[in-house]
Design a protein around this ligand. Structure first.
Ligand SMILES: C[S@@+](CC[C@H](N)C(=O)[O-])C[C@H]1O[C@@H](n2cnc3c(N)ncnc32)[C@H](O)[C@@H]1O
Length: 247
């Protein structure tokens, strides 16, 4: 499970790397999918791996939100952004809130499960927190069948007098297992002074059929959408899973 620096001592960079505007399309997608798939009337939403609370900021006028994240540093940002929202520290596989929700979302975080057993534990736990007739939405950036070895990209970010270049590289040292490495290199310049940091994220690489099998076993009916949150059916990027909990 993730002990990535991005969510600990480098968590402060999250506020430079992501901008609130990036969440507009995602949250519109969530609202649209909830409207399309939810069979019950309640509007209680659980945001698992809520990070800095960017989704919650845009969804809190439509839903009554509770957030969970494993890392306190991320929860500090979320609480600051949304002081009225209830946030809890917890691991996706094991947290217990003792109540159920009408909608559960887990965006850009489910890949921190490293094995099918962990994935099943997480989805079972989320299912236990979801009402029958409710909707669960989660995204996976990559799948075993389309993984690109050594793919590398970079992006420049700026906030005030801080400039950050983030280089991202993915590498699978052993295609026999379900893990891959996601390397982040940070070039951070404050008033021209350079600081360089490296961060390794261990992530899970799963095949679509096996994830769908777990969802079916847990009595979910699932549809797949493109990761660009356009609402188009899944073809290339992602997918985003939209799952109805059947009775
Ligand atoms: C890439 S961030 C995404 C945050 C947010 N969902 C978003 O899209 O902005 C991944 C988040 O998952 C959290 N996380 C990682 N492993 C977790 C786990 N086992 N249980 C709960 N949260 C976890 C991290 O702390 C981080 O906040």
């Amino acid at each position: 499970m993730s002990d990535a620096r991005l969510y600990h001592d480098l968590a402060w960079t999250w506020e430079i790397l992501v901008s609130q505007e990036e969440y507009v399309q995602e949250t519109e997608f969530v609202k649209k999918m909830v409207q399309k798939y939810k069979r019950i009337t309640g509007n209680d939403l659980l945001d698992v791996g809520c990070g800095g609370g960017h989704h919650d900021l845009l969804l809190k006028s439509d839903f009554k939100i509770v957030g969970v994240d494993k890392n306190e540093r991320m929860l500090e940002f979320a609480r600051k952004r949304n002081p009225e929202i209830e946030y809890h520290q917890g691991d996706m596989r094991t947290f217990q809130l003792g109540r159920t929700f009408d909608v559960i979302m887990a965006m850009d975080m489910i890949m921190y499960n490293l094995t099918y057993a962990d994935m099943e534990r997480t989805l079972t736990n989320l299912s236990g927190h979801l009402q029958t007739g409710g909707v669960m939405i989660f995204s996976l950036e990559d799948l075993k069948e389309k993984f690109e070895q050594n793919k590398t990209k970079f992006k420049k970010h700026q906030k005030g007098n801080l400039e950050a270049v983030l280089i991202e590289n993915q590498y699978d040292p052993n295609p026999e297992d379900t893990e891959y490495e996601y390397h982040l290199i940070f070039l951070i310049r404050e008033e021209g002074k350079l600081r360089m940091e490296a961060d390794l994220h261990r992530m899970g690489l799963f095949s679509l059929d096996k994830v769908l099998e777990i969802l079916k076993k847990l009595n979910f009916r699932s549809d797949l959408y493109e990761l660009d949150f356009s609402g188009r059916e899944y073809q290339n990027e992602g997918p985003v899973f939209v799952c109805e909990k059947a009775g």
